[in-house]
Ligand binder design. Structure first.
Ligand SMILES: *[C@@H]1O[C@H](CO)[C@@H](O)[C@H](O)[C@H]1NC(C)=O
Ligand SMILES: *[C@@H]1O[C@H](CO)[C@@H](O)[C@H](O)[C@H]1NC(C)=O
Ligand SMILES: *[C@@H]1O[C@H](CO)[C@@H](O)[C@H](O)[C@H]1NC(C)=O
Length: 153
């Protein structure tokens, strides 16, 4: 019995050690919800995403075209601290009416990426739609930071 247990436990401990030591490929390690939000929604480097192919490039680069084409995604062109600060604002209603969102105090420079209706996976092609709007996000954790992009208004 003890032998059987150790046969199961040892590979698990070995895997945990590998993760701790960073030997496992990073994509296999669990991405936090905050990290996922940043990957999908923050593009600080691109203050005015001028190009019409912006969404084609960025949706692929940010890994939102793997397994399926993500149908809709908004990029916020602001720094991480500026977007994180939205979580300091009072609770307000999300698009579905639940008062679990936080709204930005001012409008932000955004790019809405909308999957073209004729796009067929794996060729994900998008409409690139610039916008200047307030964002609504859901925040969680400690530090309390955005983990879900709700909508823009
Ligand atoms: C996208 O996925 C690849 C492979 O899984 C990974 O190497 C890369 O860092 C990811 N890119 C981002 C922006 O997370
Ligand atoms: C946030 O909520 C507090 C407490 O309800 C209220 O006193 C304050 O005025 C609100 N702030 C804003 C900007 O609405
Ligand atoms: C994807 O696009 C490439 C280049 O435009 C094309 O060669 C390929 O056949 C397309 N694949 C699918 C599955 O539509």
């Amino acid at each position: 019995m003890a032998l059987k247990k150790s046969l199961i436990l040892f590979p698990m401990l070995a895997l945990m050690l590998q993760v701790l030591l960073g030997q496992v490929h990073p994509s296999l390690a669990q991405e936090s919800r905050a990290m996922r939000f940043r990957r999908q929604h923050i593009d600080s480097d691109n203050p005015c995403a001028g190009s019409i192919t912006y969404c084609d490039v960025m949706m692929r680069r940010q890994n939102m075209t793997q397994g399926a084409c993500k149908p809709l995604n908004t990029f916020v062109h602001a720094s991480i601290p500026v977007v994180d600060a939205v979580c300091n604002n009072n609770f307000t209603a999300c698009a579905n009416g639940q008062r679990v969102c936080h709204q930005s105090s001012s409008r932000m420079i955004l790019t809405d990426c909308v999957l073209k209706s004729r796009s067929v996976y794996p060729n994900c092609t998008y409409w690139t739609n610039p916008a200047i709007k307030n964002i609504l996000v859901v925040c969680d954790g400690n530090p309390y930071v955005p983990v879900h992009f709700d909508s823009s208004i």
